[in-house]
Design a binder for this molecule. Structure first.
Ligand code: ADP
Ligand code: MG
Length: 242
């Protein structure tokens, strides 16, 4: 496609900035080094994170696009920027889990690392003010956030993304513990996978040692945060440790 011009900043989130372009159907996403956890209570920066997450998201979205998942991704423009289709974000954080960790372990008393009998999908209302509460399809219906048909489609995409990513990561000796997706609708009403897929939004464990290669290193002050993000990129581009 022809080059787009970066326009005014439309909004700034916790990890990214979104800019208008000279073409209404596209926006530019700029990845920041800023990191937050526990609903913004913990703040910091992770050196190089913006570049690393921009690259990793591009790799994952290209993989999913190639496998037939409709996504917002167009192309990576620079170290920190990518061009995406503009969507209206559906305010649901769609979480898929394969192994118990984080809030699931806490809420249901499951030991971290317990392999679930099958993948599960959880839905959270994307609202910083409310602290992203867990919701179900009845809540989504009464709030008018998505139609039952849209929700069914979103669940189906989320589980397919899980299968594709799990298999791809297994070849890189990485376990996909859980992850969060966001979806949006374009001007025609088509549902597209949007936002990012990175160590900020996924739990990745080394398949052999169960070492954490994701934002839990930041959340839990484990150290080696930058190194973990770098290691994930190395594995995705094909450099697997012996
Ligand atoms: P947040 O603080 O809400 O997590 P981020 O910094 O991660 O925000 O991202 C900035 C915002 O960009 C988020 O609200 C996200 O939903 C939104 N967004 C992601 N992809 C798109 C897109 N294709 N079109 C419009 N907005 C998007
Ligand atoms: Mg975000």
């Amino acid at each position: 496609m022809q080059p787009v011009q970066k326009g005014a900043m439309l909004y700034e989130g916790k990890a990214k900035k979104v800019y208008a372009t000279d073409q209404p159907e596209y926006v530019i996403v700029e990845y920041k080094d800023d990191a937050t956890a526990f609903n913004g209570e913990k703040r910091g920066t992770i050196g190089g994170k913006g570049e690393l997450n921009n690259r990793m998201t591009a790799i994952f979205f290209e993989l999913l696009d190639g496998a037939g998942i409709p996504t917002h991704f167009v192309e990576r423009l620079s170290d920190r920027e990518q061009l995406v289709k503009r969507v209206t974000i559906i305010p649901i954080e769609v979480v898929v889990r394969n192994i118990a960790a984080g809030s699931l372990s806490k809420r249901l008393g499951l030991s971290e690392g317990w392999e679930l009998p099958r993948p599960i999908v959880e839905l959270y209302y994307k609202s910083d003010e409310l602290g992203d509460p867990l919701i179900n399809e009845d809540h989504i219906a009464i709030l008018g956030i998505a139609t039952p048909e849209q929700l069914a489609r979103i669940r189906e995409y989320a589980l397919t993304v899980n299968s594709l990513l799990r298999e791809h990561l297994a070849g890189r000796r990485v376990l996909l513990v859980d992850f969060k997706l966001e979806f949006g609708t374009d001007a025609a009403g088509t549902i597209l996978l949007a936002d990012e897929i990175s160590p900020d939004t996924c739990r990745f464990w080394d398949a052999d040692t169960h070492e954490k290669l994701d934002k839990d290193r930041f959340r839990r002050d484990l150290g080696g945060v930058e190194e973990a993000y770098q290691e994930m990129l190395r594995r995705l581009v094909g450099v697997v440790p012996a």
